[in-house]
Write a protein that binds this ligand. Structure first.
Ligand SMILES: NC(=O)C1=CN([C@@H]2O[C@H](COP(=O)(O)OP(=O)(O)OC[C@H]3O[C@@H](n4cnc5c(N)ncnc54)[C@H](OP(=O)(O)O)[C@@H]3O)[C@@H](O)[C@H]2O)C=CC1
Ligand SMILES: CC(=O)C(=O)O
Ligand SMILES: [Mg+2]
Length: 759
């Protein structure tokens, strides 16, 4: 057996296992409201449910308020053109439709029912779809063969007052147009002069060609082919949709059509294009082989026939996946959110422009991580964004919603700024809580030096900082390494122009740095030679010196190595009578809300005084996020019931805190469950000073705080912002090696606020 035969077998085995286990199929339904008590039952079902029915009876628009309709899409098919598998019928199409439903949910938070119907008559199918209007906010028609799909879509659009979108036509056309637009830029070809050979004259083919014409491709430069060859005026078997593309030509075969063509658009079936045929095309041709799951030509065969070709397929295992998944979740999101009555041409064009623009912008930090090892730099192998690019949702949905409002099909007019922020929060969990911090950072542009400037995450964070104009990055790293990596990752920032680069191996300031470092450390055993060696090799010390000398406002280090190793150099250089490390505070974002944990790193076994200082600093930092601090002093001892060390220091800290009036709530010492459960706390210690759930947990040692932080991250899918080094006036922050690019960006925003406000 050949290796590709073995690969096919493995894929088949894995795919079937994936569909069968642990439960058959790919989705299930979950309730969104509590259903645990008789009271819940009386609200969700009889008698309470009748109230919701009556409201909708009075005003049908209230269905979007009291039911899931407003966020519910139907994916409907009769299974007559399932992928490139042909007319395999409604039942066999179900895995594809379940797949589309999952993608709606995963990428855009849209709920979906897949509906497979045994109905071959297009008018009867349309009638059935129309009668589903009370259930759904929008309809996605899928895998219905041409020309029947045109009939179904036309009738549904005429009769229904909600968006009806045939994915294989319009979704495919939108994504193919975006990719073609970018491919023409890369190939240096002009849309007005390119010659197109289109194989496949069905739902996808006709819609893609129409969209290319909207972009400027000339009708006379298009040759369409179906299963009988070139679509020409001499044929009498053409549907009206095909007839629109019929040319008065003597070309008949695919070879005739491909001769000198610049763009091959394949939306037909597997393996229909050969390497020999590709060789007939113009130089550096654009080849879109979009049939699923097996394209018209495999990319390696096309590449061998024409090394300069720009190649795209519909599959995720090759570069340039031109697939309607880049469109449908997001265009429906935008349409639903403004209550659009249809998806019109303005909304489609907004979608094309948004998708194409994303590939030309720098790839986001998150997509860089999701596709590690791939070059995401606009060009031959990156013409179109990746499906896991988190920018797709906020960018496309916002553009579509705006286009719907501008073109008059929106029934709800929304505040686009607020909508954009809400979409961002949907994909970037930290974006909502970080908003006040970023706003503060923007108000005071600060220079932030990154000790590990050669780290890819740091470079990506620096790119984002430059693009978002948050703060000015300074990177410490060897120029040849930094530049090579920037290039490999497709990042646009350049040293000198966008950020300052400090070369640890040769910087004109080396002498000043080491002599100042020596001056600070001369009575702590550091000789001139040692000072030179440290400043030559230790980028954390260099970063600290840059801050000490006023060349940077703040430093960030710790993407590798041990926290306290970095802390040592930070304190050596930056500690003074006003600034000293008080504690490390981690913000963990959970589905149920934010929770802060301290001290995770600084004082391994703190004294009561240090704990009190940590509590006061934590209260100050928590307010930066717009959160009102409610601080619990957590220990194995609970309200004086144990004579343990942790109980004693916590009681001591409480006494110190009580010596002055504080403008925040705190209480202790208590177990963590009592901190988080006010009812339990009330039973243990009635009339305590803490109201509701604590949102800041201060522990009596770093073991307990660190363990809590790690458990929340690992088991509760907590997203960390931090650790935030308190007490150093925002002049230094030390991250941990698990930090992500978004995490670095968050820390840089925290570092980017003025010193006086937050110590
Ligand atoms: N990448 C993507 O996002 C998408 C890809 N597709 C792919 O496009 C293909 C077509 O889908 P769709 O338009 O919905 O299906 P349709 O059934 O509507 O159209 C299929 C078209 O392909 C033509 N065709 C079939 N076999 C041949 C052949 N041997 N030689 C030439 N033409 C042929 C048919 O010709 P005739 O008219 O003579 O029957 C018809 O015009 C599928 O493989 C599908 O997976 C579709 C949507 C999205
Ligand atoms: C992707 C898709 O919708 C298709 O191949 O039919
Ligand atoms: Mg399809």
């Amino acid at each position: 057996m050949t290796s590709s035969g073995r690969d096919d077998d493995k894929l088949r085995e894995r795919a079937l296992y994936y569909h069968e286990y642990p439960k058959p199929g790919k989705l299930e339904i979950r309730p969104t409201k509590p259903m645990a008590t008789g009271r819940d039952l009386s609200l969700a079902y009889s008698p309470g449910v009748a109230e919701a029915c009556l409201e909708i009876d009075r005003n049908p628009a209230e269905a979007a308020r009291y039911t899931a309709k407003g966020n519910l899409v139907a994916v409907i098919t009769n299974g007559s053109a399932v992928l490139g598998l042909g007319n395999i019928g409604a039942q066999a199409s179900k895995p594809v439709m379940e797949g589309k439903a999952v993608l709606f949910k995963k990428f855009a938070g849209i709920d979906c029912f897949d509906i497979e119907v045994n109905e071959d008559d297009p008018e009867a199918l349309a009638d059935l779809v129309c009668r589903l209007e009370p259930t759904f906010g929008a309809i996605n028609l899928e895998d219905i063969k041409a020309p029947d799909c045109f009939v179904v879509e036309r009738i549904c659009r005429e009769r229904m007052n909600i968006p009806v979108f045939h994915d294989d036509q319009h979704g495919t056309a939108i994504v193919a147009a975006a990719a073609a637009y970018n491919a023409l830029i890369v190939a240096g070809k002009s849309v007005e002069t390119i010659r197109v050979a289109a194989l496949g004259a069905g739902a996808a083919g006709i819609a893609c060609l129409k969209m290319l014409m909207v972009m400027g491709v000339k009708h006379e430069n298009i040759l369409m082919l179906d299963s009988k060859g070139v679509v020409h005026t001499g044929r009498n078997d053409l549907s009206p949709e095909k007839a629109e593309f019929a040319q008065d030509t003597d070309k008949r075969s695919i070879e005739d059509a491909l001769s000198g063509a610049d763009l091959f658009l394949g939306v037909s079936g597997p393996g229909l294009l050969t390497g020999e045929m590709v060789k007939l095309m113009a130089k550096d041709p654009i080849i879109f082989a979009l049939a699923n799951p097996t394209p018209e030509i495999m990319p390696d065969v096309a590449r061998e026939a024409s090394p300069g070709a720009l190649i795209a397929t519909g599959r995720s295992d090759y570069p340039n996946q031109v697939n309607n998944v880049l469109c449908f979740p997001f265009i429906f999101r935008g349409a639903l959110d403004v209550g659009a009555t249809e998806i019109n041409d303005e909304m489609k064009m907004a979608c094309v422009e948004a998708i194409a623009g994303l590939a030309r912008a720098t790839a986001s930090a998150e997509v860089g991580q999701a596709y590690r090892g791939e070059t995401l730099k606009f060009g031959l192998d990156y013409l179109i964004p990746k499906p896991f690019d988190p920018r797709l949702l906020p960018t496309i949905a916002l553009a579509v919603a705006k286009a719907a409002m501008d073109s008059g099909v929106a029934t709800r007019h929304i505040d686009l700024d607020a909508y954009g922020a809400q979409l961002q929060a949907q994909v970037f969990r930290s974006s909502m809580i970080m908003r006040p911090v970023f706003d503060a950072a923007r108000a005071s542009t600060r220079r932030i030096v990154f000790a590990e400037g050669e780290d890819e995450r740091v470079m990506r964070a620096a790119q984002a900082m430059v693009e978002e104009a948050v703060d000015t990055p300074i990177l410490i790293g060897r120029p040849e390494v930094v530049e090579m990596r920037l290039d490999r990752m497709g990042l646009k920032i350049r040293p000198g122009a966008d950020f300052e680069l400090v070369n640890p191996e040769s910087d004109a300031r080396f002498r000043d740095y080491w002599s100042r470092y020596h001056q600070i450390m001369r009575r702590k055993g550091v000789t001139p030679d040692l000072a030179k060696a440290i400043i030559r090799t230790n980028t954390t010390a260099i970063a600290a010196m840059a801050v000490e000398r006023g060349e940077a406002d703040s430093m960030i280090c710790g993407t590798f190595g041990e926290y306290r190793w970095h802390l040592n150099y930070v304190t050596q250089v930056l500690e003074n009578t006003e600034l000293h490390p008080i504690g490390a505070l981690s913000l963990i974002l959970l589905d149920r809300g934010p929770i802060f944990v301290a001290d995770t790193h600084i004082h391994i076994e703190p004294e009561a005084e240090q704990i009190a200082e940590t509590v006061i600093a934590a209260a100050r930092h928590v307010r930066r996020f717009g959160v009102t601090p409610k601080i619990a002093l957590c220990s194995g001892s609970q309200f004086g019931n144990l004579d343990s060390r942790s109980g004693r220091v916590m009681r001591g800290a409480l006494e110190i805190l009580d010596t002055r009036s504080r403008d925040f709530e705190y209480e202790g010492e208590m177990h963590t469950d009592a901190a988080l459960d006010p009812d339990l706390r009330e039973r243990l210690f009635p009339d305590g000073r803490l109201s509701g759930k604590a949102n800041v947990l201060v522990y009596a040692n770093t073991d307990a705080a660190g363990a809590t932080r790690n458990v929340l991250k690992s088991l509760a899918d907590g997203l960390e912002v931090g650790p935030i080094l308190m007490g150093m006036g925002n002049r230094a922050h030390i991250v941990t090696p698990s930090i992500t690019v978004r995490g670095l960006l968050n820390i840089s925003a925290l570092a980017g606020t003025t010193v006086s406000t937050y110590g």
